[in-house]
Design a protein around this ligand. Structure first.
Ligand code: SF4
Length: 185
């Protein structure tokens, strides 16, 4: 592939409607779906008319869930962030939203059940179980602090729409941006 967006000097997609990779028709097919278009409109409501930069991510999530009319909102959280998950549920409930918690340890699966090479009798995190549960019980999912790799499995198995509210970064207070800015080889 010759072109790539970072090294492109023109950025003509934004300036002049260039379709460098032949994406236009296929993308418009996606937006032709009524649910997708509704999501686009809800997303726009958070930032249009000068609102961009006025809401925190948490405020955006609350408003987005309200706009979308989600009735059963799954909260997929890490057991290390139990009190934060409790706080999120309390505040979202106060905004009229119904949350269904899904702890990463749900399912009662041991590490040795998952990986035969492990002898550990410790009960494991179970992102696949979280996904199975939420596929059956939620119409939208908010993810809070799943470990790297577990989040990959979770996303692969999840069939309902989701957003990530907290990305786990133990070193940087769950703010990966700081880790990028501070990183040097
Ligand atoms: S014009 Fe846009 S899409 Fe094309 S290479 Fe440049 S940044 Fe990427």
């Amino acid at each position: 592939m010759k072109l790539n967006c970072l090294d492109c000097n023109t950025k003509n997609c934004r300036k002049n409607g260039a379709d460098c990779f032949g994406l236009k028709e296929k993308s418009l097919d996606v937006y032709g779906d009524e649910n997708t278009l509704t999501t686009v409109r809800s997303s726009g409501r958070l930032v249009d008319d000068g609102r961009a930069g006025t809401l925190s991510r948490f405020q955006e999530v609350i408003e987005f869930c309200t706009l979308q009319g989600y009735k059963k909102i799954g909260l997929a959280y890490c057991f290390g962030l139990e009190s934060l998950a409790m706080n999120i549920r309390e505040k979202m409930s106060a905004s009229g939203l119904f949350l269904i918690p899904a702890r990463c340890s749900m399912g009662g699966v041991k590490e040795s059940d998952i990986d035969p090479e492990k002898k550990s009798e410790v009960y494991s995190c179970n992102p696949a179980g979280q996904a199975v549960f939420l596929n059956e019980n939620a119409d939208f999912v908010i993810e809070v602090g799943l470990c790297l790799g577990h989040d990959v499995i979770f996303h692969q198995q999840l069939k309902v729409p989701f957003t990530v509210l907290i990305v786990k970064d133990r070193v940087n207070g769950h703010a990966p941006l700081k880790g990028i800015q501070d990183y040097s080889v």
